[in-house]
Ligand binder design. Structure first.
Ligand code: 5AD
Ligand code: SF4
Length: 481
């Protein structure tokens, strides 16, 4: 929150304000009254639990949900056995939906033990009418359902739900609004995600995101910079600029600004030492961006550049609007400009019509580019997308066999690449105490690799010079220099 709103100054007897974000602060104050009444009645504060099930954008949204619950007075529970549980869902692949239904079974059992319990669902999966209908009919114990477009109204929806005995459902088809200046509770005090845009206009033929996140909308640069200045003053050293396709940032602004220009402005903010961004679409990655990365002292040595497929024929069916040659050429140009850059990617295996030859084209790109790491996915059919109705869906056993071959190749290359840095001393941002061994800290290189090294908890949030003694495939063992 970069404006201090004093919740005690809000008159909750008055009518709710019409303007945002004032309206939401009014409802936070209302929820706080509910929390106080709960405490008087039961002699304890209610506990809440936010589960993020999706990508970095969802993680940032979850931080906003957490802040609102905290300001309303809820304590944070360590498990899902809480008084208010909210799942921020994903729907990019079918198994994400199955996971939600699985978890709901467990929550139902908790709710039978705790009659105060309220269960809420939000996020991408709730934008799918079939999912909402399944929840209404088969999971009627759920108390609140809302989607991605009205998440800024969470305080208001929470207030309705706390005072209602029936399921509150509020899902919007789309929005052109961006509500600024709502609170967020960061998971890490020294790093933060920052939304720079919402939605996606690309309509890759397999992808449900444009349907559940709506059309592309960029935040105004002055709002983004104001937020980052606030974060820097609050101790943040690393920002991750977030959008489904950051390379097309700014196109729909009244005063258009490119992503490269935005990066240059972020670079000038004192206190910010590392800048990351996600996700880049290969069709829109400009020479200006390459130049900004080359010149910058703060942009991290890491680019996530989803390939999806190495076959130009499949890329065309996927509506990706680039081909194999374009991708390889782009990687060459970026590597020439920024030699130590780590490149990571996303690859889908088993897209409808994918032949063995198409798959070998993907393997070829993997061998040529030598990704530092790759997220590999089995194609998942998403109802409503063009690919779902394409002929020649690939039998699961064939897709799985290709997936395993791809994964072996990707992992072997990643291990070899990681070995290249062994023996060097590099800056590491210490992020947390190691989960297995409390004498170690876990941190990240600017190329996003994980490093474990002996250190003290006072170092968390600082950048240390660490000697990389040994690479163990997915992480390094290092020592302070
Ligand atoms: N099936 C499998 N993977 C998918 N992705 C998006 N949609 C699908 C789908 N239907 C992957 C893409 C994207 C990543 C976030 O998820 O690789 O880059
Ligand atoms: Fe989905 Fe393509 Fe948009 Fe990424 S760019 S969110 S894969 S439609």
């Amino acid at each position: 929150m970069y404006h201090e709103f004093d919740l005690d100054d809000i008159d909750t007897k008055a009518k709710p304000p019409v303007e945002e974000p004032d309206r939401q602060y009014y409802f936070i104050a209302k929820c706080r009254e509910w929390v106080r009444a709960f405490k008087q009645r039961y002699g304890r504060l209610p506990e809440s639990y936010v589960l993020n099930m999706g990508c970095q954008m969802n993680a940032r949204d979850s931080e906003k949900l957490t802040a609102i619950l905290e300001q309303a007075g809820f304590l944070q529970a360590k498990t899902e056995e809480a008084d208010f549980v909210i799942y921020n869902t994903c729907t990019v692949r079918e198994n994400a939906n199955n996971k939600v239904y699985g978890h709901l079974g467990l929550l139902n059992a908790y709710k039978k033990k705790n009659p105060h319990m309220k269960i809420a669902l939000c996020g991408c999966m709730m934008q799918e009418p079939t999912a909402v209908s399944t929840i209404k009919h088969r999971y009627s114990f759920v108390d609140l359902v809302f989607g991605t477009h009205n998440i800024y109204k969470f305080a208001e929806l929470l207030d309705s739900s706390l005072h209602s005995d029936t399921m509150v459902v509020d899902v919007w088809e789309d929005t052109d609004r961006i509500v600024e200046e709502l609170p967020a509770k960061r998971k890490y005090r020294f790093k933060s995600g920052v939304n720079i845009m919402f939605g996606c206009n690309n309509f890759c033929s397999y992808c449900i995101v444009p349907y559940v996140r709506g059309r592309e909308r960029s935040r105004k640069p002055e709002e983004i910079l104001k937020e980052i200045r606030f974060l820097a003053a609050d101790g943040v050293k690393e920002v991750m600029l977030l959008g489904q396709n950051v390379n097309s940032y700014g196109k729909n602004l009244t005063d258009p600004l490119t992503f490269a220009q935005l990066l240059e402005k972020v670079e000038q903010i004192d206190g910010i030492e590392r800048i990351r961004f996600m996700t880049s679409h290969p069709k829109d990655l400009s020479d200006d961006l390459i130049e900004a990365m080359r010149r910058s002292k703060k942009i991290c040595n890491h680019l996530h550049l989803p390939l999806q497929s190495g076959s130009s024929r499949i890329l065309n069916l996927m509506n990706r609007r680039y081909d194999k040659e374009h991708y390889l050429n782009l990687v060459d140009r970026i590597r020439k400009a920024v030699p130590d850059l780590a490149i990571t990617t996303d690859i889908i295996v088993g897209f409808p019509g994918e032949t063995e030859e198409d798959f070998l084209e993907t393997m070829d790109v993997v061998k040529k580019v030598r990704f530092d790491s790759a997220f590999t996915f089995l194609y998942s059919k998403r109802t409503g997308t063009p690919a779902a109705s394409m002929d020649e869906q690939i039998p699961e056993h064939i897709a799985k066999e290709r997936f395993d071959r791809l994964l072996r190749e990707v992992q072997a290359i990643a291990a070899q690449k990681a070995d290249c840095l062994t023996g060097r001393t590099l800056p590491v941002l210490a992020e947390e105490i190691n989960r297995q061994d409390a004498s170690l800290l876990t941190g990240r290189l600017t190329n996003n690799s994980v490093v474990h090294f002996a250190g003290t908890k006072e170092m968390i949030g600082t950048i240390q010079q660490v000697y990389l003694k040994e690479s163990r495939g997915f992480y390094y063992i290092g020592s302070l220099q």
